[in-house]
Design a binder for this molecule. Structure first.
Ligand code: FAD
Length: 324
């Protein structure tokens, strides 16, 4: 089975979860010659694509043109289609990120393929692929078998699979010269969320705040804790709707799906919609004044306390501990 992995880059930096996708692709392919990576963008020299060395693929396809500097659905789809055809890919893996969710279904439809998105486990080989994906806000896990005779497409949830340098694969760069299709769709600018040190979807630690923060200013105490432990700050929808945090910080069903090693929920009740976006976090710490708050049902550690007292205390103690 030939596996092509779409590697996401932003500002010429490979996303760390793209390496998770590549490791998975290399393992499913079974041999480096049957695994290829595709990087699309501009000025993709060895300082960018060199990062893929040792992750189990013999070929790195690069489509490098000025028009591809910023993500553009139509142009990136043309690049991916060309790479699929050139490599003869049976399975294409990408990320369940805004870009991956936009791009891969487009190609699946165009090539009459089969697609499963937001996958948390993938097994099989030789065309027989079974994927696991959370459904109904994470309440059930569906096992989906992809049609064997179709081109198969999978987007994986970041931070679930492990990125491992397998020490195999020559990662030989093959430049693909493609004639980009004419399109009136232009990407003008990509704005990064002001509070995002590391993209929430890729962060290994997150400190999140809810409605109870009561003002944008009060998020300062979460930022201070986040600075000490190297975390990214998130928010519930109630906090976002109240204007305490921008929408790009929202975690949940209509926000971002996150999967960090540590998720600290501060004054968040744990609505089904919020939990849909964070329940797969490895360790969940909940701080809430209400001992009956639903968040405690999924928390690894629950602290019944006023966040305005507990969070600064945490920050001070952790700062001291980490300084030692
Ligand atoms: P609340 O539910 O008001 O909870 C505040 C919590 O803070 C309470 O548990 C309270 O006990 C505690 N508290 C109060 N004061 C303190 C204090 N000083 N210290 C500690 N604890 C304190 N929500 C999301 O988060 N993300 C989504 O993506 C999302 N999508 C939605 C989509 C739809 C279609 C709908 C209908 C809703 C969606 N929601 C989403 C909203 C969701 O239903 C909840 O309203 C929201 O998650 C509640 O946010 P919250 O926990 O901050 O606020």
């Amino acid at each position: 089975m030939k596996v092509l992995v779409f590697i996401e880059q932003r500002d010429r930096k490979i996303k760390s979860s793209a390496l998770e996708a590549l490791t998975l692709g290399a393992k499913l392919a079974g041999s480096p010659k049957d695994c290829a990576a595709l990087v699309v963008g501009h000025q993709l020299d060895d300082s960018v694509v060199g990062k893929l060395k040792g992750y189990g693929s013999d070929t790195t396809y690069v489509v490098d043109q000025p028009e591809l500097k910023l993500y553009n659905t139509v142009l990136y789809a043309a690049a991916l289609e060309q790479a699929i055809k050139t490599f003869g890919a049976d399975l294409v893996i990408g990320l369940a990120s805004p870009m991956g969710r936009d791009l891969l279904p487009r190609l699946a439809a165009r090539l009459d393929g089969a697609i499963v998105s937001d996958v948390t486990a993938l097994e099989g080989g030789g065309g027989k692929i079974q994927a696991t994906k959370p459904m109904y806000a994470g309440k059930v896990l569906a096992k989906v078998t992809l049609l064997e005779n179709a081109k198969q497409f999978v987007t994986i949830r970041p931070n679930v699979f492990k990125a491992e340098s397998l020490g195999t694969g020559s990662s030989t760069v093959t430049k693909l010269d493609i004639k980009l299709p004419a399109t009136s769709l232009k990407s003008v600018e990509v704005r990064k969320g002001a509070n995002e040190k590391v993209d929430l979807t890729e962060a290994s630690r997150i400190v999140s705040g809810g409605r109870s923060l009561a003002s944008a200013e009060n998020f300062k105490i979460l930022n201070e804790l986040a600075d000490v432990i190297g975390a990214t700050v998130g928010a519930s929808r109630a906090a976002v709707d109240s204007g305490y945090a921008p929408h790009d910080m929202q975690v949940g069903q209509t926000g971002k799906t996150v999967n960090p090693n540590l998720y600290i929920a501060c004054g968040i009740s744990g609505s089904i919609q919020h939990m849909a976006g964070m329940r797969t976090s490895k360790v969940i710490v909940a701080i809430n004044t209400d001992p009956e708050a639903p968040i405690f049902k999924i928390a690894t550690y629950g602290i019944v306390a006023d966040l305005f007292k507990a969070v600064p205390l945490f920050t001070t103690k952790l700062k001291k501990l980490l300084e030692k």
